[in-house]
Structures are given as structure tokens and as C-alpha cells.
Design a protein around this ligand. Structure first.
Ligand code: RTP
Ligand code: MG
Length: 141
């Protein structure tokens, strides 16, 4: 199986709940390695650019407002099948539909305050990693 890299963002609700470590532990137990990380207060421009694919969607304004409401923790995860593995650990977008034991089932409040973001494809992972990290700030290990 291919070794992939993907972006994970711990959203403002989960940072405020002080569960960064608990979420990191889930990545590590699943065999994903953290190969870059930074905490950041996103500006409106940062969040709008990151979620540009959703700019025509009715929830775009709420999404940008939420993502800028407090600091986020951004990390690059590396491992076998990392894109899909991270999405499985996250659970469904709406925490009411997220499977038991997933990050969103355990920590998310609502479809807006849903604890984590994860790249949805290998192609988008590469775009999202480049959006937040310089190549030299991502290690391989
Ligand atoms: P994410 O991008 O944050 O990892 O989440 P996702 O792939 O599971 O969901 P996506 O469709 O990409 O939507 C991005 C974020 O927008 C919010 N959303 N709100 N009110 C709504 O119908 C709605 N739909 C999506 C969610 O916070 C979602 O994570
Ligand atoms: Mg998405």
C-alpha cells in the first residue's frame, strides 16, 4: 500500500476543548505519523482561500466565520493509505451520523463545529499541504 501524506486540521471547537493530545493519540494508534504541525489563528483570507471549493455553497459564510473563531492546529499526517485512514478516524461530517468511536462522534458538537478537517483525496491533500507548509517544513520519517 502506498505511503501518503494528508492534511488534518483540529478546528477551533476541539482546540478550545483541549483535546489536541487525545486526537493526536488516535492518529498515532492508527499508525499515522505527524510530520509537520503548527497552531495558527486563521485570517478571513486564509479560511476563504482554504475552503475556496465551497465558496458558492450556502454554508460558506458560516464555515469561514467558524474557522476564524479561534486558533486551529494544522498537521501533516503520513502513513499507509493516510488520506482514507484519516477520513475513517474522523467519521461523518455531521456528528449525528458519525460512527461510534470516531473523532467527530466523540468530540464534535454540530455540523459546523465538527472538530476536525481532513483532505478528501490525494490530489487535494497535496494542494492543502502546500497551502499551509513550505516543502522544507514537512519531514518524512
Ligand atoms: P472538512 O472539509 O471540514 O474535512 O469536512 P467534510 O469534508 O466532511 O465536509 P465538506 O463537505 O468538505 O464541508 C466542509 C465543512 O463545511 C461545513 N458544512 N456545513 N451546513 C451544512 O450543510 C454544511 N455542510 C458542510 C462542515 O463543517 C464541513 O466540515
Ligand atoms: Mg471537505
Amino acid at each position: 500500500m502506498a505511503i501518503e501524506k494528508t492534511i488534518s486540521i483540529i478546528k477551533p471547537d476541539a482546540v478550545a476543548k483541549n483535546v489536541i493530545g487525545e486526537i493526536y493519540s488516535r492518529f498515532e494508534k492508527a499508525g499515522l505519523k505527524i510530520v509537520a504541525a503548527k497552531m495558527k489563528q486563521l485570517s478571513k483570507e486564509d479560511a476563504e482561500g482554504f475552503y475556496a471549493v465551497h465558496k458558492e455553497r450556502p454554508f460558506f459564510g458560516d464555515l469561514v466565520a467558524f474557522m476564524t473563531s479561534g486558533p486551529v492546529m494544522i498537521q501533516v499526517l503520513e502513513g499507509e493509505n493516510a488520506v482514507l485512514k484519516n477520513r475513517e478516524l474522523m467519521g461523518a461530517t455531521n456528528p449525528k451520523e458519525a460512527a461510534a468511536g470516531t473523532i467527530r462522534a466523540d468530540f464534535a458538537e454540530s455540523i459546523d463545529a465538527n472538530a476536525v478537517h481532513g483532505s478528501d483525496s490525494l490530489e487535494n491533500a497535496a494542494i492543502e499541504i502546500a497551502y499551509f507548509f513550505k516543502p522544507e517544513d514537512v519531514v518524512s520519517r
